[in-house]
Structure formats: C-alpha cells, structure tokens
Design a protein. Structure first.
Lengths: 282, 258
C-alpha cells in the first residue's frame, strides 16, 4: 500500500483537533512502520505552544497591519513610532530627521521602511520555527504528525528565500542604529531635555531590539561562526563567544522585542491621537 | 516503595500489531526500561526489546514513551504519576522488526554517504596540531551516542517516507558540522550537505534538539551554522565578491570540494 493512501487532509486534521484523532497520517501510518492509529500518543499539552504562538503573532500582524497602513498618529514630538522610522515619505512636520527622499510616495510612509524589520523577522531562524509549527503545522509539535501529504522544506520558492536572512540582518543593524537615534532624541524638548514615560519605553524597546539583533544566528555566523580556526582569530572568537551567549536567548528576545515595539508604537499613537497626555518624570 | 504500574506496550511486527495492556510491579527510583525488563521476565517472555548499557550511553533502548522519543533507560518512573498509564511504542520513523525493535539501517546508509575526515599533510615533525580552543568546539558533537532519537522525531522523514532518500537527518548534519568546523580537514562538504544530504529540507523546528538525551544543541550549533555555510557558498554576493578580489574566505584555503 502506498503511504499516501494513509493520508489525511489538513481540514480533517484540524477538525478532529489535537490528541488521539482516529486515522493514520502519511509517514507514521506507512506500511513499514509500527501499526498505530493515533497520529500522536503524546498526553501532555503539546498544542499549547503552537496555539499561543498563533494567537500572539496573529494579533501582532493585525495590529501592525492596521498601524502601518493608517498613515496617521505616528508622531508626537519628540516621539516617532518605530513602525515609521525613519520617516522617508510625505511625513508630518518634524518627523523626518533623515529627509523625505520618497516624498511622492502615495501610501503610508511605514510601508517604505517596514519591509526591512519585517523581512528580518520573517526570515529569522527562531520565527521560522515558530510559524512553521503554529501557522503551517509542519509539524505542530515534536512527534505529532503533520497534516501535509508532501513536504519540500526550504528547498523551493518561496521558502528558499529564507536564505537571505543575513541580508535582512545587515539592514536590521541599520534600522537599530536609527531607532537608537530616535531614542536619544526622545529625551529632547524645546529649551532643554525631559524624561517622559515615552522616553523610558523607547529605551526599553531599543535595548530589546539590539539584544534581538545581536543575538541573531546570522550575526553569530558573521562575527566568527564561519571560521574554522578560532585560534587564528582571537578577537573574532571572543565576539563569537559573546554573541553565542546572547544567541542562547534569541527566542526570548524575539518575543520581548515584538511586544516592546508594539507598545512603543501604541504609546505614540495614544499621544498623537490625543487619547492620553505624556507622563513626565523630569 | 513498590506499586503496580499500568502499561500499554506495542507488540507486533511488520504485518501488524497493537498496544497491549499490562500491570507491572515496580519500585520507586526505577526507569521505564526496568519495567519493560520485568514485564519481559514475568509476563511476556518473547517481548523483543533492544538494550545494552542501562546508563544512557549506548543509545540502544530508544523508543517512544507516551508519544515522546526517549531512551527507556533514562526515563524515570518518578516523572509520571503513579496512577498514570505509560504507553511504550517502538520508534515510529523506522520500519518495525518486532515489538519495540526497529530497523535503523537507514542511518547507517546515510553514514556511508558522508565523506570521512581527510587531514592534510602533517607538520615537519610528522605530527598534526590543533589549538585547544579549536578542539573544544567539536567536543559537543562528539557526545552523540547515535540513539537516533533526533532522526526519529524529525518530521521530514517521520511524516514523509519519500524524503528518506534525499535527507540525511540531524544526526548527520551534526557530523557535517563537526567536519566543516575542523581546522585540519581538507574537504569542503557544503555542496554535499545541501545536495545529497538535503539540509534545505530542514525547517529548523528544533525537535531534534528537544529530544537529544545528550543535550546537544543540534539546531543552534550544527544545523543553522551549516545552513549559514551553505549561504556563504551559494547565496551571499558579498562573499562571492570577496572571494573574487581575494579578501574573503581565506579560512577555507586548502579545502577541496567533494
């Protein structure tokens, strides 16, 4: 019997839900394998991680899409939303510290720059794990059969494009530098400086953005991982050792920076739309 | 303190089989393999099970306990509630031979395809030397006990039998990485790891790392670095340009592509 004859569709997989669904999947239901009807025998809450990831990421995508296309309420001096930074389109007065080379851009200015941080996260090794598991169920969890009949991984378009992660990392470093600049000037105020809740949110955000950017697997490779002789490159070995320590927490930084960038944007939105006023500490 | 453990154990062969229900007296502090041995000794004398060291070092007693790929000798009964029924099945990625024993020869076939370590000429005194820091890098990979649990849990072959032909699996990406990072090796296996070993099929969902009983960071320290090395070789125009003008990739001198 051909393994595909044991196949199930994505729809039946999802409608039967997690756990001891009846019927066998391709692969574990194949003719040479131990004959078992269950797609998985796991008894723990394996579905919690993909479900949580799906809900949080989907919520972020909905929020970010709304804010990116809105084209409004992204600047409340001195704060520029990280979604719109650098503001290179036809932006509101005071928000374009790097000029407006795309002044004729008819859509929201966020769409000019968001492709870089978005591309960085979409091709990130951690996010790939997360969305393959939670959005594509490939696999939904370890030793839980996936619903797809065939699988080509990252060998074909479009997923082979994940190999350009390093390029997005280069761009992400530039974006992080610009957000660092935004954070510094967030303490600016006409006639002196100030410390507001927004400044502190921006500081927390940029720290997490840098931690996420520097803990990247491509960064780890570029600074020293690609070497075959650590002993011949002691400075790069030390850099690799440092990035390796950060890299151990890459997933955590991926989540935290996702939250922080959304919170920074939300704070600017609330200020710019007049929903709240700045909380000042100094 | 002893108690009666409820077990479900898969029994059968390539022609079919099913889970059988058993009750086995066990002692506090025992492991799943102890319970299997007692079951074999007292109730089902013909139960087929592969084991050897009982210390988590030989990689023989790989199976799936409550659906999770585990070494039976390293799975403590105290990790489960005493009233819980423990289900033990053979690894579900490999062809079953009988009961808990599977045919893992797929892995040996993949091992044969991997070009072995090929050192360059020795130093003038006939010795070869490596700095300690370079030796340490590969030590993590040498911890592999070849239990093949990473291969068992990898969905690329677990869920898609047809991929076995073109995919070597995490255990062998570990070996590719070890050799590619070895300062004395003279083979460049990057084309091979992408082509014959099919590293592009891996979508880095990290199940291999989750199940490794030796705690090897297979994905972060072996597979992703190998993917990045493939990017070096094939997808990075900066590296290509650097090679052309002679400022990049000097570290790869002396290697020949295989």
């Amino acid at each position: 019997m051909h393994p595909d004859e044991y196949g199930v569709t994505r729809a039946t997989f999802l409608t039967r839900g997690p756990g001891m669904a009846s019927g066998t999947a391709p692969g574990v239901g194949g003719p040479t394998r131990a004959r078992l009807d269950a797609r998985t025998l796991r008894t723990d809450t394996w579905w919690l991680y993909p479900l949580t990831t799906f809900v949080v990421f989907a919520s972020f995508v909905v929020y970010a899409t709304w804010r990116a296309f809105a084209g409004a309420d992204y600047y409340a001096a001195p704060y520029l939303s990280p979604f719109y930074s650098p503001c290179l389109g036809d932006c509101v007065k005071g928000s374009s510290d790097f000029g407006q080379p795309f002044g004729g851009w008819p859509l929201s200015a966020a769409l000019i720059v968001l492709v870089f941080p978005l591309g960085f996260r979409m091709t990130c090794y951690y996010y790939r794990k997360a969305y393959y598991r939670s959005f594509w169920l490939s696999p939904p969890a370890c030793a839980v059969a996936e619903p797809h009949r065939s699988y080509s991984g990252e060998t074909r378009l479009p997923l082979i494009l994940n190999n350009v992660h390093r390029w997005f990392w280069y761009a992400a470093v530039v974006v992080a530098l610009i957000l660092t600049y935004d954070t510094v000037i967030s303490f600016r105020e006409a006639g002196g400086g100030h410390v507001g809740l927004g400044s502190l949110i921006f500081v927390a955000n940029i720290v997490l953005i840098w931690l996420y950017t520097l803990s990247c697997h491509s960064c780890r490779h570029v600074v020293g991982g690609r070497l075959r002789h650590f002993s011949k490159h002691p400075a790069r070995y030390r850099a690799w050792t440092f990035v390796s320590k950060l890299n151990h927490h890459h997933a955590r930084y991926a989540w935290l920076s996702l939250f922080s960038v959304a919170i920074a944007d939300l704070y600017v939105f609330l200020l710019a739309s007049g929903a709240i006023t700045e909380t000042r500490f100094l | 303190m002893s108690y009666d453990l409820k077990m479900r154990v898969w029994r059968g062969d390539a022609d079919g089989g099913d889970l059988g229900d058993y009750t086995v007296p066990v002692e506090t502090g025992e492991v799943v393999l102890d319970a299997i041995h007692r079951l074999q000794a007292t109730q089902v004398g013909d139960l087929a099970v592969r084991w050897n060291c009982k210390a988590g070092k030989c990689g023989s007693c790989s199976a799936e306990v409550n659906g999770r790929p585990r070494l039976m000798c390293m799975t403590r009964l105290s990790d489960f509630d005493e009233t819980e029924t423990i289900t033990v099945t053979p690894m579900r990625t490999f062809p079953v031979i009988r009961d808990l024993v599977t045919d893992v020869s797929y892995n040996y076939e993949k091992a044969k395809q991997l070009p072995a370590f090929e050192p360059g000429p020795p130093d003038a005194d006939g010795k070869r030397r490596m700095a300690q820091v370079d030796i340490e890098r590969g030590q993590e990979f040498r911890k592999c006990i070849e239990c093949f649990l990473c291969q068992d849990t990898c969905h690329v072959i677990r869920d898609h039998e047809d991929n076995k032909e073109k995919f070597a699996g995490p255990r062998f990406f570990l070996r590719y990485a070890e050799l590619d990072m070895h300062p004395l090796d003279t083979h460049d296996r990057r084309v091979l790891v992408q082509g014959m070993a099919g590293i592009g099929l891996c979508n880095i969902t990290k199940c291999c790392t989750e199940v490794c009983p030796e705690g090897i960071h297979i994905t972060d320290n072996a597979i992703i670095p190998m993917k990045e090395r493939v990017v070096d070789r094939k997808y990075d125009p900066l590296v290509w340009l650097g090679n052309k003008i002679g400022i990049r990739n000097k570290d790869n001198d002396g290697r020949t592509e295989v």
